[in-house]
Design a protein around this ligand. Sequence first.
Ligand code: NAG
Ligand code: NAG
Ligand code: NAG
Length: 247
Amino acid sequence: MSRQDLPLNGFTVQALLLLAISIHCNNGFELARSLLDKTTSIALEIGMQFKYFAITHSNGDYVLEESWRRTWWGLYVVDGIFQAIQRSNYFALWVVQADVDLPCEESQYSSENIPEPHSMFQYNEREFSENEASYSSFTYLIDIVRILGSVMAVAGEGGNLSDSLVDDADGCLVNWELHLQENKKDVLRSDGEIDEPLFHAHMLFNVTKVFLHRQRSRLAHSPAENLTKCAPTLPSSEVLLPQRKSY
Ligand SMILES: *[C@@H]1O[C@H](CO)[C@@H](O)[C@H](O)[C@H]1NC(C)=O
Ligand SMILES: *[C@@H]1O[C@H](CO)[C@@H](O)[C@H](O)[C@H]1NC(C)=O
Ligand SMILES: *[C@@H]1O[C@H](CO)[C@@H](O)[C@H](O)[C@H]1NC(C)=O
């Protein structure tokens, strides 16, 4: 994987992405980041951000085509999460113009029953469309990572930021929750299993809310919060309210 002459193709992107995730999970943040940077630059170089990539690299095999869409969006999600954990105020793929179609449900993918994909444009316009299509759990995950990007852009600024930017970011979060389709409100599927991408999305939604609001809150801090990456204690937010119990 450290070779300089890795083939420039989607399989290399998939392999490097998996490697970066596992190294990151083992606390190798810097190495994982540099692998992900390499992955991202290969992905952009071969044009994975474009809708036609999936179509032209799959020989009419719908499962492989879906796999390329998932690789792109997987990269997007992981880039956002890595950067949020490092408390960066942006992630590279957030600003890349991409028109890759959205992934289908996990069950459709694993049963190789791939429907006609929706576009991000359709998803964005869903409130205005007449017959509401249903979107996959992975789509809601992608959307929350996109919102995480706008929260990251304002979260690093501490209290020194106009309320309107914070309100905008908060509005995106409120909308995400408000417009969840009925069957996406519970991470348990009807068969009693956890819907994993949906769990991931709900979890990120909660974390993103904390990320945005904790440092602006006037709640007492617990010493345990010094261990968290999500909402570390900042000197400026060290405001203790008398009625709150401090642990
Ligand atoms: C807050 O923002 C103002 C205006 O953008 C800037 O001049 C000032 O240095 C900032 N203060 C801090 C503590 O970052
Ligand atoms: C997110 O927070 C809500 C409200 O506290 C909670 O009910 C829900 O279980 C949390 N979701 C996850 C996935 O942790
Ligand atoms: C958290 O850590 C900072 C600096 O490392 C320290 O000043 C602060 O007292 C700690 N906060 C708590 C609640 O332990």
